[in-house]
Design a binder for this molecule. Structure first.
Ligand code: MLT
Length: 407
């Protein structure tokens, strides 16, 4: 008899964005004439930058000739891409990461979801609240939690990110082993200062804990004081792993390319306290379970590091940031408290009523999709998240409709 993984029964019935998507389908079926505008899931709408398209085409053409054809690539990623990442994303900001510490993958969602495999089943996991649901659900699947009670899983340590702390959680008041951090934050749009990240690094060093730092939205940082990488913080090489993605930076949500940076000096420990480099474990996992991102996609990704590629991806994030500013302006003009939207594509809106009820109100009254804050955790109750990923005209129209509905 094949027995089911019992931990799956603890999960909420469906993944947040699948749940929302079902509600949208139902609404559209019932209202076929309504033109729905999606400011829910953070999915990009603008085409790939021309530099990426050109490199993509060229690489596809190479695959058409016996001379340049490529079969399996290196699981860790082609050197040309890892070199470009190390140089432009790390050395350029004074962060010491070498090309062989980069692991190219098909998404930060997969990487942040898979990484927990490397830890003991009784590892104590800390997550911010609200939180990107992937961090939580994958630990539930692995059996690191108890039941879901009053909006939280037993056994997880939740770190409240609330208006009072500017959505940057305080250090835990107990010892934890693994800490998920995400800045610029999904869903709140908050950013962490150098001093705040330094406190987290110091905590991790003192407690031999590990920080899993999700920097998928770093391309939206405009304030020069805000660090782009955890590795800009002294001592982080011993206690942190960083996840990045080309999805939001360069419009790769459908093209798929991301990477993890794992310093060789970052350790995990066995029962006797003997250290093992995390790098070796992830390398073993990656080479066993992953066969690499396709060559044309890696060429397209590497093109963002050329001079014109850099300009084009900057224009792309500026495009969405213009939406973000407009959303924040209109929604706060309606009297709602808003966070995010300046160094982030997400605007976190305090609606002071049930998140799903507000979501439904905007959907029914304005045909605009947002994301209910409570879907990200109990501290998200009373909030919605609005995504700036859409075309200017659609965002303008959505805001006009919302204004008309709520003014
Ligand atoms: C989001 O809307 O939170 C993101 O698009 C989800 C993701 O990147 O997987």
């Amino acid at each position: 008899m094949v027995r089911v993984n019992p931990h799956y029964s603890k999960l909420q019935s469906s993944y947040l964005f699948s749940d929302i998507s079902q509600r949208i389908t139902k609404f559209q079926e019932a209202n076929p004439d309504r033109n729905i505008i999606r400011l829910g899931i953070g999915d990009v709408t603008q085409p790939l930058p021309p530099a990426c398209i050109e490199a993509f085409h060229k690489a596809v053409d190479e695959m058409a000739t016996a001379k340049d054809f490529r079969g399996y690539g290196p699981e860790q990623g082609y050197e040309f891409l890892r070199e470009a990442i190390a140089e432009n994303d790390y050395r350029a900001v004074g962060a010491d990461i070498s090309p062989d510490e980069i692991f190219v993958s098909d998404g930060a969602k997969c990487d942040t979801g898979n990484f927990q495999e490397l830890f003991a089943s009784d590892a104590i996991i800390a997550v911010p609240d609200p939180v990107y649901p992937v961090y939580v659900d994958t630990n539930v699947m692995a059996g690191r939690t108890g039941a879901f009670v009053n909006g939280r899983y037993e056994g997880l340590v939740y770190l409240p990110s609330v208006r009072e702390n500017n959505y940057v959680p305080a250090l835990p008041d107990r010892q934890v082993d693994v800490i998920y951090l995400c800045f610029p934050n999904n869903p709140t749009g908050a950013t962490a200062t150098r001093a705040q990240l330094s406190e987290w690094v110091a905590y991790a060093r003192e407690n031999r804990a590990l920080i899993l730092f999700d920097a998928a939205y770093e391309a939206f940082i405009r304030d020069p004081e805000i660090p782009h990488s955890i590795f800009e913080i002294e001592g982080a090489r011993e206690v942190a792993v960083e996840f990045r993605s080309f999805s939001k930076t360069a419009g790769f949500t459908g093209t798929r390319c991301a990477f993890a940076a794992i310093p060789k000096t970052c350790m995990v420990y066995d029962e006797a306290g003997k250290p093992t480099p995390l790098y070796t474990l992830w390398s073993r996992r990656h080479t066993t379970k992953f066969n690499g991102v396709s060559y044309p996609v890696q060429r397209a990704a590497a093109a963002i590091y050329t001079e014109e590629g850099k300009r084009q991806v900057r224009d792309l994030s500026d495009y969405y940031l213009k939406n973000a500013r407009k959303i924040r302006e209109v929604i706060s003009g309606l009297g709602f408290f808003c966070a995010g939207g300046d160094n982030s594509p997400y605007i976190w809106v305090q609606v002071n009523c049930d998140s799903w009820a507000f979501f439904d109100r905007l959907l029914a009254g304005a045909a605009v999709v947002t994301t209910p804050g409570s879907g990200f955790g109990s501290c998200g109750a009373g909030y919605i998240r609005i995504s700036a990923f859409n075309q200017h005209e659609k965002v303008e129209e959505a805001l006009e409709r919302i204004h008309k509905l709520l003014k």
